[in-house]
Design a protein around this ligand. Structure first.
Ligand code: FA5
Length: 339
């Protein structure tokens, strides 16, 4: 019996040593310690052992079981940790590797132009003011010298929300909000979305404007021209010239349209500028004294200039975009051009 036990332990040791996986070890466990295993068979044979030898043989069988269980447990732990290590090696991920899946986006041309315009004016000492897109009729029209039923309202078709509330048609109400809450000197630009029921190749129902306003003592049309010339030279190129043409806005007096020399033909005349050499970029003027007074600023002491431009229109000029609607289509092939 003693010999059988020694042989069993030896056989188990060899089988455990030969195991290459946790599954192999489990099979060995079943082979030796399972219900029909070799050790169990040995225990069943105990009944044939003479009674006086049973305690000693019983002890040896227990030692054999403890030995085999110990060897199995340690082999299982070794193989499990080796298998885990192999798995981690096999499935390791290099998080610094460029997967090539995530495509980098780029800024929309309207955003590029807006950022550039903001940079130019903040560089010239302007700060940024903002106001609501849902606006009161008072700020959008009345305070700007466009009372109800005034024919000048036709200049800007309007999405009304109620009799007194509308989607702002321009960023000029921000100049009113600023002048009613701040004392001069004022030097602001107001970027933002505006809305009009327009829709064709050069008009969109939602577009973006930047309004500029300067109010101080002795502000004249020369200051306006000087600032806008600097602006145009930084936006297009340093040879860009500016000219003012008479125009009409109820909130400025006198009012002007501002043209710049065509950046494609440099004033010679081409398809883009329709042969004139000039391109209109914005409306402007000296703030109407009535508007200053409406806002509680003494028009005898202070004067100011204001201007307003459409960002999409500038983007079209700068990038030679023939149809404004392309800017809103979000066609990735078009947007990739601006990377
Ligand atoms: C105004 O909105 C005035 N508030 C600008 C102003 C401010 C003048 C201060 C004087 C002093 P106007 O309606 O012309 O002006 O619009 C200004 C610019 O917005 C236009 O030159 C044009 O570039 C752009 N614009 C007008 N309508 C649309 C439209 N539907 N879609 C895209 N751009 C437009």
């Amino acid at each position: 019996m003693k010999e059988r036990i020694d042989l069993l332990i030896e056989g188990a040791k060899q089988a455990i040593n030969a195991c290459e996986s946790v599954v192999d070890v489990n099979n060995v466990k079943v082979k030796f310690l399972g219900k029909n295993g070799e050790l169990t068979a040995l225990l069943k044979g105990m009944k044939d052992v003479p009674a006086e030898q049973r305690p000693e043989i019983g002890k040896l069988v227990n030692v054999a079981r403890d030995t085999i269980e110990g060897l199995i447990a340690s082999k299982q732990a070794d193989l499990a940790s080796k298998e885990l290590e192999d798995k981690m090696q096999r499935e390791s991920v290099d998080i610094t590797l460029d997967s090539g899946v995530c495509q980098r986006g780029s800024l929309h041309p309207t955003t590029l132009v807006q950022n550039q315009i903001i940079d130019i004016f903040t560089g010239l000492g302007f700060s940024i003011a903002q106001g609501p897109e849902i606006e009161l009729d008072f700020f959008n029209f009345q305070a700007l010298n466009i009372p109800k039923d005034h024919p000048a309202r036709d200049m800007q078709d309007t999405f009304y929300i109620s009799d007194d509330m509308l989607l702002r048609t321009h960023t000029s109400p921000v100049q009113v909000r600023t002048m009613t809450s701040q004392k001069p000197p004022i030097r602001i630009i107001c970027p933002g979305k505006v809305y009009r029921p327009d829709d064709d190749a050069t008009h969109s129902p939602m577009f973006q404007q930047i309004e500029g306003l300067v109010v101080d003592k002795n502000i004249t049309l020369c200051d306006l021209k000087g600032i806008l010339e600097k602006f145009a030279q930084q936006l297009f190129d340093s040879n860009t010239k500016t000219r003012l043409r008479p125009s009409y806005f109820p909130f400025t007096e006198p009012s002007v349209e501002v043209d710049v020399t065509c950046s494609v033909c440099h004033g010679k005349g081409c398809r883009i500028c329709k042969g004139t050499g000039w391109i209109e970029i914005l409306g402007a003027g000296i703030v109407n004294p009535k508007v200053l007074d409406n806002c509680g600023i003494d028009s005898k002491e202070y004067s100011g200039f204001a201007f307003g431009l459409g960002i999409e229109r500038i983007a079209m000029i700068k990038y030679g975009i023939p149809d404004m609607r392309i800017l809103f289509d979000n066609d990735v092939r078009f947007l990739k051009e601006f990377k």
